[in-house]
Design a binder for this molecule. Structure first.
Ligand code: SF4
Ligand code: FES
Length: 246
């Protein structure tokens, strides 16, 4: 039987609330166990070595999106990352760039997503007739429901934002998560907004025409969402809108 590996985690530590604190990388050492994820390793470090270590989690199953961080240079979910997948026993953990740092590996993705939702109006805006609560429910075509379900799988982890060089260079760019959510409402037949309405929100360099097709979002998305397909779809729609407006 082979001996268990001794893992070294080099973890970013910094408390932005403490004026005397300075960002630093701190090493922690633990023994690898079968099926260990980075999330399990972090919990073990916090339980046995350093209770002050900050990181986020809720579901431990790739559903809540809370545990996203940069693992060996790649943004991804800690609870879905097996330590056994890394040939080297040394791993570095950093917080997601592009978000407000709460402390150590914890960032405020909630604040980012809330501001994005307000900026892009990411909620269903039905016709007035659909607001009638006495109206009989209308069935949705299964094909449309399947397309919406596909885009609803986003867990708002923020990985695509951190993996996008355009977003990191231009803070005002809405990023793949914003464009995916616009695509979701554009597809929804219950939403009263037209392509022209969406054009006024994302038909510019901070929206769908700002994407440089670097593919970081699609490569890193833990839910394998089809960013490029949806961005191409929106671009086609927005191009038709701009010719109508001109
Ligand atoms: S699109 Fe993918 S990477 Fe981006 S927030 Fe949603 S689940 Fe995360
Ligand atoms: S803890 Fe919920 S996605 Fe990782």
């Amino acid at each position: 039987m082979s001996q268990a590996r001794q893992l070294t985690f080099s973890i970013f530590r910094y408390d932005p609330q403490d004026p005397n604190d300075k960002p630093q990388m701190v090493n922690y050492y633990i023994t690898e166990t079968p099926g260990m994820t980075v999330f399990i390793a972090l919990n073990k470090i916090r339980e046995t070595q350093d209770p002050s270590l900050q990181f986020d989690f809720v579901c431990r199953a790739g559903i809540c999106g809370s545990c996203a961080m940069v693992i060996n240079g790649k943004p991804t979910l800690a609870c879905r990352t097996l330590t056994a997948n890394f040939p080297s026993a040394e791993m570095s953990l950093m917080p997601l760039p592009g978000f407000e740092l709460i402390g150590d590996l914890s960032v405020n993705t909630g604040k980012f997503m809330r501001e994005l939702a307000e900026r892009l109006q990411l909620w269903l805006q039905p016709n007035d007739t659909d607001m009638d609560i006495h109206r009989i429910e209308a069935p949705m075509a299964p094909e449309e429901a399947a397309k919406l379900y596909e885009l609803e799988r986003c867990v708002e982890c923020g990985v695509c934002v951190s993996a996008c060089a355009t977003k990191q260079m231009r803070d005002t760019f809405v990023g793949a998560v914003g464009l995916m959510k616009i695509a979701r409402f554009e597809l929804d037949s219950r939403d009263s907004r037209t392509s022209d309405d969406f054009y006024h929100v994302i038909g510019n360099q901070d929206g769908v025409f700002g994407c440089m097709t670097l593919l970081g979002c699609q490569d890193a998305c833990p839910k394998d969402l089809p960013h490029m397909q949806q961005i191409a779809y929106l671009r086609r729609k927005m191009s038709i809108s701009v010719t109508n407006i001109i």
